[in-house]
Design a protein around this ligand. Sequence first.
Ligand SMILES: Cc1ncc(COP(=O)(O)O)c(C=O)c1O
Length: 397
Amino acid sequence: MAFPEQLRRWQRELRAQFPLIVANPEVAYLDSAATAQKPQAVLDAVLSYLTTGNANAARGTYPWANRTTARIEQARDRLRRFLDDPLPHGSGVHFVGGTSDGLRAVARDWLAPQLRDGDEIIVPFADHAANAEPWLEAAELLRRQGARIRVTPMPYDEAHDYDVERLAALVSNRTRFIAATHVHHVYGNDMNVHRLRAAAGPEIPICLDAAQGVGHLPLSTAELDVDFVVFSGHKAMALPGIGAVWARNTRGPAYEPAGWSGSPNTTGIISLAAALDWLDAAGLGRIAHWTTALGARLTDGLRTMPSYEVLGCRQSLAAGSAVQQRQGIVAFRHHAIGSHDLGFILASEGILVRADGHCQGDEGEKTASVRVSLHVYNTPEEVDRLLEVLTGLDRSW
Ligand SMILES: Cc1ncc(COP(=O)(O)O)c(C=O)c1O
């Protein structure tokens, strides 16, 4: 796919805003699905807050504290706008530690209290383990209280997409909940979750793990009828230790975290609001276009090398694929070099990737792979550099 000069100029201007990237031109950071780098605007927002009005929120009688409280409310509204929230007065935004923490909070505080003996929940066991374990824990909690909850695996097709026809056939009047993922963290494919509502029917709540979607492509809760969107700030260019649960609050009781929540992560929340500002200004549509094009450049290159197997949907390898769009995440294996070794070889060349099992659930890949995950600061030259090293290894084995 071509990278027209206008697009390249746009990307150069954005890349220049990432101090860690700019300071390390010899490094190709290709591990953004693990955590994203931070633009200067996010760092500035945090430093400015800490040096001009740091205080605890919701507890003060003085301006710094009141301003902090107001900024947290503004951050909630910011996230609602970011997610194109159609019901901003009824929805809930709850700040959590990250996706794992948020999904667990929904399972424990919202789902478990509603479950009754004989109910069923549908769980995507080939997605990230963070989107399986909390639901299993909720079922186990009920089991200890004497109620049996059926945990049904989400059906997939051979392209690793959700099989919505089989899902529709599975759903019964005892199905209480469906967990799903926006973008798969190993295969990179958009899971086409817009098809889930038709398969689930109008009543069943759907919870979306958007850890690999937020910050990478537009996500409109006005268009996508899901009940929860949960994500990690650190993967969306904010600081680590912050994330959010957005709750539509129209199916079942309004979501409220149980128990005493303590002091909020003020710098995390401020960093998240700044990151959402930055991402919206950069343009998520363009970011998605850029990372998808980089991913296609990589898969095109890998396809010419017999030593490598790319994981995931074959048909989505082409950027123009109507089947599933691969979002800037490409996982692959070398037929003779172990993935961990390949990770170390690449690191020795300054190419930073992830090489392991990627915390995939039980129905996922059984052996490790190398995962390259791209963001807007990455360039076609970095992908070519990676391909050059991989080509050398292709020939030598
Ligand atoms: C799809 C998906 N869900 C959940 C998580 C867990 O995110 P965190 O470790 O920020 O809680 C990840 C992290 O890689 C992920 O990719």
